[in-house]
Write a protein that binds this ligand. Sequence first.
Ligand SMILES: *[C@@H]1O[C@H](CO)[C@@H](O)[C@H](O)[C@H]1NC(C)=O
Ligand SMILES: *[C@@H]1O[C@H](CO)[C@@H](O)[C@H](O)[C@H]1NC(C)=O
Ligand SMILES: *[C@@H]1O[C@H](CO)[C@@H](O)[C@H](O)[C@H]1NC(C)=O
Ligand SMILES: *[C@@H]1O[C@H](CO)[C@@H](O)[C@H](O)[C@H]1NC(C)=O
Length: 962
Amino acid sequence: MGPGLEKDKTTPKGGSKCSTLSIFFLSLNIFCLIVPVRGFALRYCRISDNTAICINNKLRQVPLDIPSTVNIFDLSVNKIVKIQASDFKNLTVLKQLDLNRNNISQIDTGAFSTLISLKKLNLNNNKLRRLGENVFDGLSRLVELRLKRNGIEEVAATSFKSMTSLTFLDISNNKLHSITKVHLILQHLPHLRELYIYDTNLPTFQSWQLTNSSLALRYLDVSLNPLKLFQITADVFPNLTWFNIGGSRGKQNMIWDVRNKTFLSRLSSLDISGLRMTPGDMKTLLETVNSSLTSLKMYAMKYKIHTLIKISCTIPTMSTLKLQSNGLKSIPSDMFASCVNVTKLDLAGNKLVNIDENAFTFMRSLRILNLNRNKLTSVPAAIQNRPTLDELDLSKNNISELRRHDFANQTLLRKLSLYNNIIPVLPQDVFRDLNRLQTLKLQTSQITKLNGAFKKYLPNLKRLHLNGNKLSGIKPGEFKGLRSLENLSLHDNEIKTLVKESFTGLTNLTEILLQSNLLTKEELKTGAFNALINLRRLDLSSNHIIYKDNSLLPHPPFSKLSHLEELNVPSQRRRARARLPQNFLEGLGNLLLFRIRTSQLVELHTGMFKHTPRLQTLDVSSNDLRYLDSKLFAPLQNLSALYMSRASLQSLDFLIDAKLTKLEFLQVRKNQYSVVRHEVIKALPALLYLDLQGNAFTCDCSNIWFIPWLKNDTQTQVYDAYNFLCNYPPVMRGKKLLDFDFNSFCTVDVDFICFVTTTCTILCSMVATFTYHFMRWQLVYAYYLFLAWLYDTKNKNMQAENQYDAFISYNVHDEPWVIGDLLPKLENEQGWKLCLHHRDFEPGKPIIDNITDAIYGSRKTICVISRRYLESEWCSREIQAASFRLFDEQKDVLILVFLEEIPGYLMSPYYRMRKLLKRQSYLSWPRAGEHSELFWEKLRQALKTGQDLDEDRFHLSMLERP
Ligand SMILES: *[C@@H]1O[C@H](CO)[C@@H](O)[C@H](O)[C@H]1NC(C)=O
Ligand SMILES: *[C@@H]1O[C@H](CO)[C@@H](O)[C@H](O)[C@H]1NC(C)=O
Ligand SMILES: *[C@@H]1O[C@H](CO)[C@@H](O)[C@H](O)[C@H]1NC(C)=O
Ligand SMILES: *[C@@H]1O[C@H](CO)[C@@H](O)[C@H](O)[C@H]1NC(C)=O
């Protein structure tokens, strides 16, 4: 696992603050320090089957977020300039690394040293001018190294030191200039079997400069070098079987100096294409391989090819002769007279027009003949005299007509290629003798009529390519003779008519390709496919099959195809609002893959898939589906891959109830949903790969689960997540989803919580302690003052009549006095309407509201003050609220009645109220003593005041409190 980019981002930074602030919250801090698990959305790559694929991404550096479990890492086609020492840290199980086509000019020492399992390394097409000391250190398991096309000029003596397992090295297309540099490489590679050093500007090849001991090499390619001298002075290549020295770049002849004819005695495959040598040296060369050579390649020879053919065909072991691009226009009858042992002759890419009738007569063993890319206008008669052929390639010629006898007596022919000719009509019995033919390639040859050519013959044909022709229909029984046929390609024709018997006889057919024709739904009605009882794959895409509704078809088109596994149904070219008949798939009980892309479908009937319970892959991309019913998926319990890109989907919520418990792959690119609910993912427990590319997301808290899931989920890989864009809210438009800071917008970061909790708790306890000590009462008072003020503001404009004359505020312990003395006196005798909490408070209303309502709903508030009263919480609230009203309205609303003597120190907390008391009147019940009538009278007067605002204030001064 490489050091993660996200990891750096999400590692908590507040941890230290937390712990220094409070040891109490240390336990909380432990949660802050949890290191996030590596996310499964890679920035630039995707993972598939343990392969990290980062191809063609314009990367300038090796991405570091690759999971340490990958086996293959493909970084080809990027812009990486430098390989740094830490780039592949942790990739200890990596087996294959592909850096092909980058701009790498520098590799740090030890950069590959951690890749202890690496077997294959591709550095082709980079800019490594120089291979430094120990550059490949640590690659002791490396088997294959590719360094082609780098411009390498310098190789350090220790560059290849540790690569003791290497068996394959391609360092071609470089500028080594000297074989001594190859020596620096080879000295460390005892097991090398294949060495490619073509086109490396080597002026000479002298074995003593390379080595003096024998090498394990089996394949050696020194072609395309401007070699003046090829010299072998000792038996250094005892195992060499494949040797390419062709394509000389020099203008002068190369000197061939192999001292001993046994030195290359195992060589079986030799390529001397384009090599310039004197006839004498050429002869020596061929003599050297006289006893072992089986295959000789002589493309584009500058030397007289006829002579070379004659000499080389005297090598008794030679069976393959490759003579491409020699500009041959004709083949005279004696050209291959000596080639009696040749079984494979390749004459492709010449200019052959005439081939003598007897040209191949002497080649009694000829089995494979390649005449591809010549200028033949008919099948040469020479073929007919050679009825031993196994394979014949006549494609890409100018053959305009096939004649009845062209393939007569070719009873052994197994493979015939005739594609890219101009053969409008096939003669009826042209293939009559081809009883063994298995493969017939007749594509792109402008065929318009099959003419019954397949009605009776070709009983063993397995593969028939007729694609890219101009067939317009398949007549009844046209393929009746092809009882072994397995694959039939008819795509890219102009087929518009099929009949019931079109495919009769093709009982062994497993694949038929009919895409890009002109078929309509009428052709599906014919029952043409009913004959194909073994069909596994049917491709009907890009035809003109359009259904306007989903009503039941009387004859479902594929009802007999019970073995069908893959069905591709048309992409319809015309604009339409299409549907599919609900029983379209009837009979396809074994269907595994159904593709109905680009079909202008606006709907899928919910019963559509009840016929295909085994379906594993469904592709409904590029339609106009918008909403899907989760019921549609109910029968698809085996679905493992679902493609719904560009389907105008407004939401993925239908997946919540679809119960696709086996779904592993979901591709929903370029739709119109902007929120993916977490429930959708939760409903897909097997999901491994999710592709949401090209959607515009809502970057607000509705997608809040997404980023943590994306980063922490180890099962599901989200393709291209780092490029998801926001579309909403407008300020976020165009920004990247993963850059959106959900943390600060939607949640409080755990860190931050730690910090804030700690700080707040400490501050609060400090403040609380302080306050409790110095100003607790003021605080409480301020609180009630505030509540009263709130009420007051709320009710400022309410000029409602007072409901009561007085609200009696008292403690339950004083209830006997209130009920027994106060109530009868004031209500019954004096006629006041009183408000008592046990009687008049509205049940269910918050008590504080009841109090304030009572106080403001009454003209006066009588506080019955006792020790208990002062201790009681609610009573103090009442007194606070009432005193606020007094303070606020400048009304004399408060009447204080002392039920008992209260020492001054008990009053002290209400010191502010005490100040008010100084200018307020109050009554004392104990002091009233015997004169209770006076007490009640004073109370009556106190209650009376304020009824008329103009009335003078009535000041009672029975007792002045200190
Ligand atoms: C092979 O031997 C020759 C002469 O003995 C010597 O000049 C040459 O350097 C040797 N080559 C290598 C690669 O050691
Ligand atoms: C190869 O050897 C055979 C004899 O076995 C001889 O007739 C023939 O000329 C030789 N060919 C070459 C190219 O040396
Ligand atoms: C095919 O072979 C038969 C007998 O072997 C022969 O009579 C006939 O002429 C041959 N046909 C061609 C076209 O060579
Ligand atoms: C058809 O296929 C089956 C199974 O592959 C095979 O056994 C049979 O021989 C084939 N029939 C023909 C006529 O080739």
